[in-house]
Ligand binder design. Structure first.
Ligand code: ATP
Length: 284
């Protein structure tokens, strides 16, 4: 039996972290939404073996237990004592280590897909709790729709869906190590975001206010090392984006435009400036 799951990229409308838990993990306060830049994950069950085979078309991502899809399959196989193996092929479109949650979304797609193929009958909420063992962004990616995410990433409150808007994604050619950025956080120095208010305006569909309240407390941390991020943001705003912000720990910068013509103008202005630029839409 085989199934194809779409694994959408996420962007952070907000990202904040008020403190660290005793185990060193961050407490998060994030509002995320998903866009129609997606990987496609084909999942096929294998009889007479418990092997987990992973294939991907990048030429550089590992196919062993370091791949988050492997970890997702292993987690379900072990938790529910499944005696079947699985073959997972990833068609990658989301840039890797970009702050767009590609690996987490692939893992979430495997959780959703194997939930169906193995008749586990788990709810999305149950899959999200399991997914936290893989990465903090997996619980959100199980849903992949506008949500407030808190706790260590496992507490998900779905918000009013966003109307279709255009999103320009620009990923500069630099690598950002998420663990290294997280190590540099000094909670006392962060300029925190009014997340309760942001949630409220999203639920009230007050989008002009949403643009003003959005923010990513890690932007200054990543920008300290990579000034290009600031330049990309400024360029998007100059060419007419309603808002421009870094996603996750970066380095991808996204801009939102309500009008297609304006989005096209921002996209055209970014293309010559940043090779990896995409024009996509919000998924809601
Ligand atoms: P994070 O902020 O969680 O690091 P990200 O969105 O910045 O995530 P990802 O594309 O998820 O970036 O990649 C993060 C790391 O996960 C990379 O170092 C990559 O090698 C590893 N990884 C494991 N499996 C995958 C996968 N299926 N797709 C992408 N990256 C993967």
């Amino acid at each position: 039996m085989q199934i194809i799951e779409k694994a959408a990229a996420k962007i952070n409308l907000s990202l904040d972290t008020p403190f660290n838990h005793a185990d060193g993990k961050q407490e998060w306060q994030m509002i995320m939404t998903s866009v129609d830049l997606a990987d496609y994950v084909t999942i096929e069950t294998l009889d007479h073996t418990m092997r987990i085979e992973v294939l991907n078309d990048t030429g550089f991502l590992p196919n062993d237990r370091r791949n988050l899809v492997y970890q997702a399959a292993k987690l379900l196989q072990k938790s529910f004592k499944i005696k079947q193996g699985v073959k997972i092929s990833i068609e990658k479109h989301i840039p890797v280590a970009a702050g767009l949650g590609g690996g987490s979304s692939d893992a979430a797609a495997v959780l959703r897909g194997l939930n169906k193929l193995w008749d586990l009958n788990l709810s999305l909420a149950q899959l999200a709790i399991l997914g936290l063992d893989i990465d903090a962004d997996v619980p959100y990616c199980v849903y992949s729709q506008t949500a407030y995410v808190h706790g260590k990433g496992e507490k998900i409150e779905l918000l009013e869906k966003l109307p279709t808007a255009w999103v320009i994604l620009a990923k500069p050619n630099i690598s950002v190590s998420t663990p290294s950025i997280l190590r540099q956080i000094d909670h006392a120095k962060l300029k925190h975001i009014n997340t309760p208010r942001l949630k409220q305006v999203i639920n009230d569909q007050a989008y002009q206010q949403m643009y003003q309240l959005m923010g990513n407390v890690l932007e200054p941390v990543t920008c300290q090392q990579h000034n290009q991020i600031m330049q990309l943001k400024e360029r998007m705003l100059t060419y007419g984006a309603n808002v421009a912000q870094m996603s996750g720990t970066g380095p991808t910068v996204f801009g939102i435009c309500e009008k297609q013509s304006r989005a096209q103008r921002v996209y055209n202005s970014m293309k010559g400036f940043c090779r990896e630029t995409y024009l996509v839409r919000t998924l809601g």
